[in-house]
Design a protein around this ligand. Structure first.
Ligand code: HEM
Length: 464
């Protein structure tokens, strides 16, 4: 009996301690003017609920506190904005002190010159340098031929095999960008490079704890190794004096390029390009394969578009820019996939000064999660929003409406949009004209900050 009482007393004590801790943390952040919301535990905040419940966490909090609420996630006091008007305002007003607010681990590992870490005139300069590498002319003359060559070989020999499409699209996104950046073919240094790159990606999504065995430590090490590989590449190219028609070549030809970047800036820009296009392009491609499998009529229409292109060409003739332009339905499939799968749930900003937002006072240094996911399911913009219906995008005005935030908005709007679309379209071109496929397995995975997607989706492929 005494034992039972002792256990009960212990339990009550723990409960009292926990509720006091929660209460203390709430009071700590109860500043005048802040929006409603809960702050969870000291240090950890509500990170566990946020990561575990994903979009449901957001919906539950919105039901309790409205579309503008406070929380504490990923180590930072955070305001979550789910209000479409306000989201647009935040994205359009970086100059008023609403700069990118990505986690420290991401900034440390991607480098201090990476685009998300720089603001103002430095951002303008780095973005200009990037845009010069992926302009429509560059896509037409240099990038598309490389993408075409890469895609047709990447998907060779899939016949009669079971393919882990998630793994394959990840390799595809990375290796294709490596070829565009430095003309590096699969095989040579690409394999060790890819291993390091995957570690770097994991590190950017981890807590910044620099201890042996942590993903953060591995990510930092991977960055060092990648910088080593890139420095050697720069050195070799300088020694050989050969002209290279790829992104690195463009950045190194300082006499021709009006953006004269230092080696450190060049390397951080290259890491930025690889990183930004990796998860987005691979997941969109994988989800397109999934949706096409589930919607035979869409697949039929898409195949019709691509077979018509093949009919106009010799068997091995690469696709060119006018083929790409003619892929209207493919573009619609890519948009509808990005919308329904919500490849990017939202973007992160932080305040550089105390400011008033939506009638509330937001302290300096708070993070703002501009949560754009819900607008993708708005039934006014997208009637019958849970249906996969690419035809809705054939009305061009849908792409230019102000709440189209799949590629972000304002001064940070995705500069790689057309390049990403070119890569996914080329992949789909070769995939649907060569193969048929059926699903053989896969499970759900939740990824932050990007997507909710099937993990390890497997397909059995056969010749079309
Ligand atoms: C389908 C594929 C893609 C999607 C859905 C996508 C989505 C986005 C979004 C939502 C943003 C805004 C981030 C923010 O506001 O903080 C962004 C920015 C960015 N994207 Fe993409 N992206 C895609 C492909 C690519 C590709 C292929 C590249 C390669 C060049 C790229 C490079 C970038 C860069 C460098 C930024 C940062 C721009 C800046 O801060 O000025 N993206 N992307």
């Amino acid at each position: 009996m005494a034992m039972l009482i002792a256990i009960l007393a212990g339990l009550i004590l723990v409960l009292c301690f926990c509720s006091a801790l929660l209460r203390w943390n709430e009071v700590r952040y109860r500043k005048k003017g802040l929006p409603l919301g809960t702050m969870g535990w000291p240090v950890f905040g509500e990170t566990t609920e946020f990561l575990k419940q994903g979009p449901n966490f957001m919906k539950n909090q919105r039901a309790r506190y409205g579309s503008f609420f406070k929380s504490h996630i990923l180590g930072c006091p955070t305001i979550v904005s789910m209000d479409p008007e306000l989201n647009r305002y935040i994205l359009m007003n970086e100059g008023k002190g609403l700069v990118p607010g990505y986690p420290q681990s991401m900034l440390d590992i991607l480098g201090k010159c990476n685009i998300a870490a720089v603001h103002g005139s430095t951002h303008k300069y780095m973005r200009g340098a990037l845009l010069s590498l992926i302009s429509p002319t560059m896509i037409r003359d240099q990038l598309l031929p490389k993408i075409d060559e890469f895609m047709r070989t990447h998907i060779t020999n899939w016949d009669e095999k079971i393919i882990n499409i998630q793994e394959k699209t990840k390799e595809m996104a990375f290796l294709s960008s490596l070829k565009q950046i430095a003309g590096i073919e699969s095989g040579s240094i690409s394999q060790p490079f890819m291993t390091e790159f995957f570690k770097l990606v994991l590190g950017t999504l981890s807590l910044p704890i620099d201890l042996p065995g942590t993903n953060y430590r591995r990510g930092l090490q991977a960055r060092k190794n990648i910088i080593g590989i890139l420095s050697q590449l720069l050195e070799e190219r300088r020694a050989s004096k050969e002209t290279h028609l790829d992104m690195l070549g463009c950045l190194m030809r300082k006499e021709e390029n009006r953006y004269k970047l230092t080696d450190e800036e060049i390397m951080d820009l290259i890491i930025t390009i690889m990183y930004s296009g990796y998860e987005t392009v691979s997941t969109t491609s994988m989800m397109a394969v999934k949706y096409l499998h589930d919607h035979p009529k869409v697949l039929e229409e898409l195949r019709r578009e691509h077979l018509a292109i093949r009919e106009r060409k010799k068997p091995d003739e690469p696709i060119n820019c006018s083929d790409l332009k003619s892929m209207k339905f493919t573009r619609a499939v890519i948009f509808e996939t990005s919308r329904l799968a919500t490849i990017v749930n939202g973007v992160l900003r932080k305040t550089t000064q105390d400011m008033e937002l939506n009638g509330h006072l937001i302290p300096k240094g708070w993070r703002i999660y501009v949560y754009t996911r819900e607008i993708n399911y708005d039934s006014f913009l997208y009637p019958d929003p849970l249906t996969f219906n690419p035809w809705r995008w054939l009305d061009k005005s849908l792409e230019s409406q102000s709440y189209f935030l799949i590629f972000g908005g304002g001064t940070r709007q995705c500069p790689g949009k057309e390049l990403g679309i070119a890569e996914i379209s080329t992949f789909l071109h070769y995939f649907v004209t060569r193969y048929r496929w059926e699903e053989v397995g896969g499970e759900k995975l939740m990824n932050f900050p990007r997507v909710e997607a099937p993990n390890g989706l497997h397909i059995r492929v056969s010749t079309y």
